[in-house]
Design a protein around this ligand. Structure first.
Ligand SMILES: *Cc1c(COP(=O)(O)O)cnc(C)c1O
Length: 251
């Protein structure tokens, strides 16, 4: 790429952080293309969601200039502030973190999708919040991904509903006005190969789709395991550190 990305001073005058982000983004996009080709899915590339948590709004703006359309955040306070200050960027915001019901009202002000729906109370809180927001602004329905826990032990630290609960949650989402059932989401367990986990998620997805044919989305794959996720059918990738670098410490 030789086009100037910011300003009109030509490549030599680009802001160095933009150049760095462009390079990392390109590397990730190449990995996605190769993995999709290997899975025979070159014609159906997954949606890249760049997870920008802990990184400043200026970086999110740089990413928008570089063609990123979808960004993810995991904390409402940070996400709400960024979405507001970047309203002119036309970005689609995905909420990917654990969500307290009392935050539903805030999240639906900026998020197009929530990837961490893991319990009935949250479904109800999101539905009510979206309905109010729709009455006020006519916003689109909220895309809901059911977060599924792929850990074997019940004390799962990475969140999510047990696979056996996914169908009941799906029925509840599908029945709720203002919510659209998108599909499933998971985070691969730490310290174990991701393939068996993503295979399990693909199974949960297939059972869900049998009951809700429209709910075909699979949100899986982070910096470390995007290839495995694509091999098992991921439609949405959530990539943070391989694009933005390690997360700055927060005070
Ligand atoms: C932070 C985060 C990501 C991105 O993780 P990286 O390893 O930085 O790519 C993806 N999904 C969720 C739920 C996250 O919290």
């Amino acid at each position: 790429m030789t086009e100037p990305l910011l300003g009109d001073g030509g490549p030599g005058n680009q802001d160095p952080r933009t150049v760095e982000l462009a390079g990392r983004l390109e590397t990730v996009r190449r990995r996605i293309s190769s993995a999709a080709a290997a899975a025979g899915r070159s014609d159906q590339l997954p949606t890249l969601i760049v997870v920008t948590k802990f990184h400043p709004p200026e970086d999110v703006r740089r990413l928008a200039v570089l063609g990123v359309t979808d960004v993810g955040e995991n904390r409402d306070q940070e996400a709400a502030a960024k979405a507001e200050s970047l309203a002119d960027c036309g970005l689609t915001w995905h909420f990917v973190g654990q969500l307290q019901t009392k935050k539903a009202k805030s999240v639906v002000r900026y998020a197009a999708a929530v990837h961490s729906v893991d319990r009935p109370q949250l479904v109800d809180a999101l539905a009510k919040a979206v309905q109010n927001q729709q009455a006020a602004t006519g916003r689109e329905p909220l895309d809901c991904f059911i977060q599924v826990s792929l850990e074997d032990d019940a004390g799962a630290h990475r969140g999510g509903a047990a696979p056996a609960e996914a169908l009941l949650l799906a029925d509840r989402i599908a029945a709720a006005e203002g919510l659209r059932l998108a599909g499933v989401m998971a985070v691969a367990p730490l310290g174990a190969p991701p393939e068996p986990a993503f295979e399990k998620l693909a199974g949960v997805s297939a059972r869900l789709v049998a009951h809700h044919p429209e709910a075909t989305a699979i949100s899986a794959g982070m910096s470390q395991d995007l290839e495995a996720a694509i091999a098992f059918g991921a439609t949405h990738l959530r990539i943070g550190s391989d694009i933005l670098g390690s997360r700055p410490a927060v005070g």
